[in-house]
Each structure stands twice: as structure tokens, then as C-alpha cells.
Design a protein around this ligand. Structure first.
Ligand SMILES: Cc1ncc(COP(=O)(O)O)c(C=O)c1O
Length: 410
């Protein structure tokens, strides 16, 4: 093994995941019961109750993925084809596909280049008479500046969906994300703060939205009703009892996972204090960051840097970073750029419902914050199992990269 290469705990395997006897115990119970479907199960309903209670809201509905959670949230609002849903230009494609699958058109708002989060001003610029809802993503674990967004949404009578896939237990003004808007969405995919490999959850205070979410993930079959039917078009997005069991154990560890990630991020901020080439991630005022990733902001104006070469240096030393995060804004990805959706229809951007309307276009010039944010982003992997030696190792690699840069060796 290369002695100069760091070996860091990774969320891809046991080295960086808090999975153990507690999960096995819960799984054993489910397997012994012989009942693995959440329909009439015990584990998933218990998880929903516990997850909701943890957030101090009355309703949570488990979903088979984070993408499914956002789709469920959108479906709860029942948009008509061509309705516009404002979202962010820097997010996971699953959260955008969710909008398209429900027949709505994603309208991208620009982000704050410092935090990579969508802003109230940018959302306001994208409002139109077709706007049906706003999706905010608390990127990397840092909350969006929610007060002005909530105020704007109220003024226009628009519901807010919070995408908290990366932001478990992050707070804004002392309140948990996922409880600030109308529906909160979470992902339990392998690399998240709590995981069952795949999975998701929606959270809401609203009884009617919760009922609709429950129906949506269950093919809209009215379980328990006097005369049940399939009430509307909906998929099977159910979580299994096996996942529910693992997640009940994971939920009990969540506070600790988040606390450890935050504590090591504070140490890293300190270790990088005299770095010139990049700055530690910033946190929204009155917010707490929960560090799904530790996204450095490169400072090319202070020290000229080729971000890819810098990233290659880090990777060669064992820090598996991602320069530029998603590489390009969501609207430049092929599916959106070429509108590759249902056959050759280009639906929902095109179709009878668009008659008399200007076509929706995404113009590069509208997104200066997005291009700047991506050009400066250097996403470092983050993990609750980092010890001081890992932190000092990562910091040393970063300082070495800066030295190499100063010498012109990068
Ligand atoms: C912000 C955001 N939204 C949605 C998703 C989709 O979640 P999933 O991969 O569980 O479908 C992710 C996944 O990484 C995400 O980061």
C-alpha cells in the first residue's frame, strides 16, 4: 500500500457506516415474523411514527427512495400538466425527474454561489402565473435561508417542498428542516446520514397531504375504506419491512451521527484556517450545517488553480473528492436539454396544454450563481467515523496540494 495515500472511512462499506447488532436484532424480528411487506407490517408503521415524532410533526409516510419521496410530495399537490414547479439548478436528478413524472415543468432558480443553495430572490424571479409549488434543497446539509422563502410562498399562496435528502437534523432558527415548509422529503440511500441502502420518507403536519401521500405510495388503493378503489394514478413506492427494521435502528443513531459529523467539520475548519486556495463551507446565518459532504469553495482569484488538477492531486493521495459536484447545472443534462421524456413527445414541455403559452427555456445568462458555485466547488467526502488522524491527514493533503500549486507543480 502507498504510505502517502490516506485510508479514510467510506460510506460505501462497513468502514464508514454505523450498521451493526442493533440493525441485525431488528431484522431478526422481522424475518422471524415471516411478514416482509409494509402492508399490514409492524416495522414501517413504527418507523413512520418514530421519524415523525423525532421531527415533532404528526405525519410521516415511508417511500422506496428519496426520488420517490419528492415525487410523492409533488403528487400530493396534484399539479396539472404544464404547471411549473420552481426548483434549484444544483440538485440530484432524481428530484427533478420527480417533477416531470407528475407532469409538471421544472423551472430552475439560481443559487447563492457561496452556499450553492437556492435563494428567495432567484425564486421570485422565476415566478409566473403557472407556478404551482416551490422545491428547496438544503444542499450538502446546510439549510436554505428559509424565512424569506416562506414569506414569499405565503404571499403567493404556494406550497413549499423541502428536499432534506442531504440535511438530516439540520436546523434553521432552531427548527428542523423538513418542518419549515409544507412537505419534507428525505433519502435513505447508502451514502446518507441514515440508510437502508435505498429508501425515503415524506413528512408533513397536514392530515390531507399525509393521506394523499399514503395513497400515492400504495397505488392509490384505499386500504381500510368501506368501499376501496384505486382512486387515482399512482405507483407502488412502498418500503419493505426489512428496510423499516434497519431504519428504526438507524434512527436511534442519527443524533450521534450528526453530532460526530459536525464536530469533525469544526475541527477541519480550524485545520484549514491558513489555507489560501480554498475556504471551508459556509453555514447559512441562524442555521446548523450537518455536513453530508464538506464542500470547499476554491479561491481561484487568490491562488490561480485548475480545479480538476487540484482534485486529481487529492484523489491520488486518497481523498476521493468531487470537483464541480454535479459537473453541470441540471438544465444542461441531456434529459432536460433534449427533453427526452415520453417517446418523442417532449411532454410536459410540449403538448396541447402548452397552447398559447411561451415555450419554457433555460437561459445560461440567468444562472451566474450556479456557474460560479460549480466552478468553485470541491466536494470532500465526509463521515461520522473520521478520527483526528483522518482529519489531520486530509488537511495535510490539502496543504501539500497548495504547496505544489505555489511551486507550479500542479
Ligand atoms: C438532494 C437530493 N434529492 C434527492 C435525491 C434522490 O434520492 P434517492 O437517491 O434516494 O432517490 C438525492 C440523492 O442523492 C439528493 O441528494
Amino acid at each position: 500500500m502507498d504510505p502517502t495515500k490516506l485510508s479514510l472511512p467510506s460510506d460505501a462499506n462497513a468502514s464508514g457506516r454505523d450498521l451493526g447488532d442493533e440493525e441485525l436484532e431488528m431484522l431478526r424480528e422481522v424475518i422471524r415474523s415471516g411478514h416482509l411487506s409494509s402492508t399490514n407490517g409492524a416495522a414501517v408503521p413504527a418507523l413512520e411514527k418514530e421519524f415523525a415524532a423525532h421531527h415533532g410533526v404528526p405525519h410521516a409516510v415511508a417511500v422506496s427512495s428519496g426520488s420517490g419521496a419528492v415525487q410523492t410530495a409533488v403528487a400530493c399537490l396534484d399539479p396539472s400538466p404544464g404547471d411549473e414547479i420552481i426548483t434549484t439548478s444544483i440538485t440530484d436528478m432524481g428530484a427533478i425527474a420527480a417533477i416531470l413524472y407528475q407532469g409538471a415543468i421544472p423551472i430552475f432558480a439560481d443559487v447563492d454561489p457561496r452556499t450553492c443553495n437556492v435563494t428567495c430572490d432567484a425564486i421570485e424571479r422565476r415566478l409566473s402565473k403557472h407556478t404551482r409549488a416551490i422545491v428547496v434543497t438544503h444542499l450538502f446539509g446546510n439549510p436554505c435561508d428559509m424565512d424569506p422563502i416562506v414569506e414569499l410562498a405565503k404571499r403567493h399562496g404556494l406550497p413549499i417542498i423541502e428536499d432534506c435528502a442531504q440535511a438530516f437534523l439540520s436546523t434553521y432558527k432552531g427548527r428542523l428542516v423538513g418542518t419549515l415548509g409544507d412537505i419534507g422529503c428525505f433519502s435513505f440511500q447508502q451514502g446518507k446520514h441514515m440508510t437502508s441502502g435505498e429508501g425515503g420518507m415524506v413528512l408533513t403536519r397536514d392530515k390531507d397531504l399525509a393521506r394523499r401521500a399514503f395513497l400515492f405510495v400504495n397505488k392509490a388503493w384505499g386500504y381500510g375504506d368501506a368501499t376501496p378503489d384505486h382512486y387515482f394514478l399512482a405507483p407502488n413506492f412502498r418500503l419493505t419491512e426489512l428496510q423499516g427494521a434497519v431504519l428504526r435502528a438507524q434512527l436511534r443513531k442519527l443524533e450521534s451521527v450528526v453530532a460526530r459529523r459536525r464536530a469533525s467539520a469544526r475541527k477541519m475548519d480550524e485545520l484549514l484556517r491558513d489555507l489560501t486556495v480554498a475556504e471551508p463551507p459556509s453555514t447559512t446565518p441562524n442555521g446548523t450545517h450537518v455536513y453530508w459532504k464538506y464542500c470547499l469553495r476554491m479561491n481561484p482569484e487568490r491562488l490561480s488553480v485548475d480545479v480538476q488538477a487540484f482534485g486529481n492531486f487529492l484523489k491520488a493521495r486518497g481523498v476521493f473528492c468531487v470537483p464541480r459536484y454535479i459537473q453541470k447545472p441540471a438544465f444542461e443534462c441531456q434529459v432536460i436539454r433534449d427533453r427526452v421524456t415520453f417517446g418523442k413527445s417532449r411532454w410536459p414541455w410540449e403538448g396541447a396544454h402548452m397552447a398559447g403559452r411561451d415555450p419554457v427555456e433555460y437561459r445560461r445568462d440567468d444562472y451566474p450563481g450556479t456557474y460560479e458555485a460549480l466552478a468553485r466547488a470541491m466536494v470532500l467526502p465526509w463521515n461520522e467515523r473520521y478520527e483526528d488522524e483522518h482529519l489531520s491527514g486530509i488537511a495535510a493533503v490539502l496543504h501539500d496540494a497548495e504547496k505544489a500549486l505555489r511551486k507550479g507543480a500542479l
